[in-house]
Design a protein around this ligand. Sequence first.
Ligand SMILES: [Zn+2]
Length: 315
Amino acid sequence: MSWKQNGIKHDSKNNRVRLSKGANHKEYPKAWEYILVEYETRPNVTIENLQQVRAVYDQQKGRWELHLVCKDEIETPDAPGNETAGVDLGICKFAAVADSTEEADLYPGNRLKQDGYYFPKEIATCDDSGGDEATRLHHKWSERRTHFFHSLAKHIVQRCVKNGVGRINVGDLEGVREDENGESKNWGKHGNLDLHGWAFDRFTKILTYKAKVEGIEVVAVSEHCTSKTCCACGKKDDSQRVERGLYVCENCDAAFNADVNGAENIRLDLNQSNSESSARLDQDRSTGWLAQPSVYLHDRSRGFQPRSAVVDCKP
Ligand SMILES: [Zn+2]
């Protein structure tokens, strides 16, 4: 249940919100036509520019809560630099990031994958699939996904700040939704993250917001052929088969991590004629970093950790 601005009257002096019960929002409604709510906030929180009020039932606490949605203007700082980073989102590895400092990061989305196995199994054991327990599990699963998206977006934005990035190119997700023949992708395929297009849209929104706070712009660019083109020499190979996660180019004899190759092509905005990509043949770039990205796994208490550190902690 939610109230829009015309159903809300905010009394900021007395910390009260008056919520209309009906469709006719009179200036002075009678007492039974509204709900009067008194609220308390944490010390540093002020309620202003109230946009919406939502009534949400909290399963765990067994009570109703009101969520007050306020509009908050943020000042956008100057961009940390002029570099561009490329982010490739995918259904096997959640995200790959490349930037011009010759650093590549890979986020396999291990946590999403584990949850994708765990929760459906748990939900299936619930007696009544529409019951409270199943609802609670769905809710928990979605909360954990949201948490993952937020920490990943934060991790990517922090690395961009460190590397002087002012713009993040994100693939437009056509490859996430459809396979080469334009058919919807087979989501049930073993080993895939159990995610649909909406999850990537949601992640992109979170990334866009977190980047904006740091003065970084997020731009959707075409990911057409980004997985079939060699990011070093620009040669497109339709018969390219990715083997064990490697992109092998017959033209320049290079072997790259396939996800990083995609991210680098997105960074170069392959499909934009005036981009860096036209100049790539002249450049004598080092390419070793394209084969060996840093791999980050998500640890629920410590956030993203380099893979080796996570392995070291195991008993
Ligand atoms: Zn090549």
